[in-house]
Ligand binder design. Structure first.
Ligand code: SAH
Length: 436
């Protein structure tokens, strides 16, 4: 195990190495294979009584390179913990390098909380929530519907909080936040005085953490029917408990409003949900065809169109892949097209299939556009990054024999900050293209 002659000191000092330094110089290349500690039955405790988790060299390098996740293979043995603990992270010499949430079942074992030896207590989470709120007040002044906490990107891994006016919709995605539900709900109540907090932890990623998906009312009262919120000139209604995600797709909010600017003539919105894009298109276009496979979402979209007195929206409950293919076969044309499908790849292995899926719908959309028409095309698949997405668009344009211009390269709204050291937080791409 690499050791150093320099004694641990300063604020980063942590539990001492169990064996004294052997005199091997700092920074020397480490030729000897690392000895992996035996799996523990009793967790090792640090000076503040918190369990310690020590990393192998690769894990230390990763941590020091700023990555907020450490994988199981980079731990120095099994720390013998239950999962959900706040732990002290130590390097190969036993020196403190930070604090993290520990997960036992997930491949991601550690999620960064701090580089410093601070107490991770109620006040710690209160400060993180206040900091998250400060960003939204700065970036989105006057807004009352936004993502308040975007997990690791707001320094609280495994927690998502969406605010819909007087209601909050929350996801607890890792054991550490699941076990601190009451604390987090207390803090949210104190800070926001919401009428209700809905728990929308009914997501399959919880299975990877050994948690079962669940949903229900966490605090206060449920809204009577769907809640509503404004997006530009449009009022959107969505159901917090029975809608998709936390009720709506707030990550596209700024893109919805942007889309109105490009709307003209005959417009098509595929994968519409409750109409985030379709309603905006309808404020400017002559007609909008909205294609959505879910009957429940289609019904809500019809209601939303009516409530906004947008009688030019035609909702088609259908598979968008089939709709696009048939539209091309029938020689239909549109002036504005939006594609905002669900994620096509939950893991790396599905990358090729995801790209094929994106290419199919984008190719058809390009075939359907009139000259001068706009394509607003999104992908929320993290594994398909901007480069892969643009390559796909180039290949689709070539096959469609269309010249396409990129007008805008956009992402999620400002309430979905991207952590520079965690590419996963930059998952949403939304491009505006124009057909020449
Ligand atoms: N555009 C929406 C969000 C879309 S989420 C917004 O901005 O608010 C993806 C939507 O696609 C979901 O509503 C889902 O029900 C729908 N969907 C999934 N597969 C589909 C398919 N094959 N055809 C049409 N809709 C589909």
């Amino acid at each position: 195990m690499p050791t150093s002659s320099k004694p641990p000191s300063g604020p980063h000092r942590g539990g001492r190495p169990s064996s004294p330094p052997s005199g091997q110089g700092r920074g020397r290349p480490h030729h000897r294979p690392e000895k992996v500690a035996p799996d523990r039955t009793e967790p090792e405790l640090g000076p503040d009584g918190l369990p310690q988790v020590s990393l192998l060299r690769r894990g230390v390098d990763r941590w020091q390179a700023g990555h907020p996740w450490i994988y199981r293979a980079d731990l120095n043995g099994d720390p013998g913990l239950q999962g959900g603990e706040v732990v002290r992270v130590t390097d190969g010499r036993g020196w403190f390098i930070g604090k993290a949430f520990y997960s036992r079942q997930s491949k991601i074992s550690l999620r960064w909380l701090s580089f410093d030896d601070v107490a991770v207590d109620e006040d710690f989470f209160r400060q993180r929530l206040l900091s998250a709120q400060a960003l939204r007040q700065r970036a989105l002044p006057g807004e009352t519907t936004y993502r308040l906490v975007h997990g690791e990107a707001d320094g609280i891994p495994g927690l998502v909080v969406d605010r819909y006016g007087d209601y909050l919709s929350v996801q607890f995605l890792v054991p550490a936040t699941e076990q601190r539900k009451a604390l987090i709900a207390d803090l949210l109540e104190a800070q926001f005085k919401p009428r209700g907090i809905v728990n929308r932890s009914d997501v399959s990623v919880r299975n990877l953490e050994g948690l079962t998906p669940e949903k229900g009312l966490l605090r206060g009262e449920l809204p009577q029917g769907p809640i509503s919120f404004d997006e530009g000139m449009v009022r959107v209604r969505a159901d917090l408990l029975d809608g998709q995600k936390t009720g709506a797709f707030l990550d596209q909010k700024e893109n919805h409003i942007m889309a109105a600017q490009y709307a003209a003539g005959e417009a098509l919105d595929c994968f519409s949900y409750v109409g985030g894009f379709a309603l905006q298109l309808a404020t400017r276009a002559q007609s909008v065809t909205a294609v959505e496979i879910s009957d429940q979402a289609s019904a809500q979209l019809r209601e939303n169109a009516q409530a906004n007195k947008l009688s030019n929206v035609n909702v088609v409950a259908a598979n968008a892949f089939d709709f696009l293919r048939d539209a091309v076969d029938d020689g239909k044309k549109f002036d504005t097209i939006v594609l905002d499908p669900p994620s096509f790849a939950k893991n790396k292995d599905a990358f090729a299939a995801a790209v094929r899926g994106y290419k199919e719908i984008n190719l058809r959309a390009m075939q359907l556009l009139r000259p001068g028409g706009h394509l607003i095309t999104a992908s929320c698949t993290y594994h398909v990054d901007e480069q892969a997405f643009e390559d796909m668009l180039a290949s689709a344009a070539a096959d469609a024999k269309r010249r396409m211009q990129i007008i805008e390269r956009r992402g999620a709204g400002k309430d979905h900050p991207v952590l520079v050291n965690l590419r996963e937080t930059r998952y949403l791409k939304c491009y505006v293209l124009r057909a020449m």
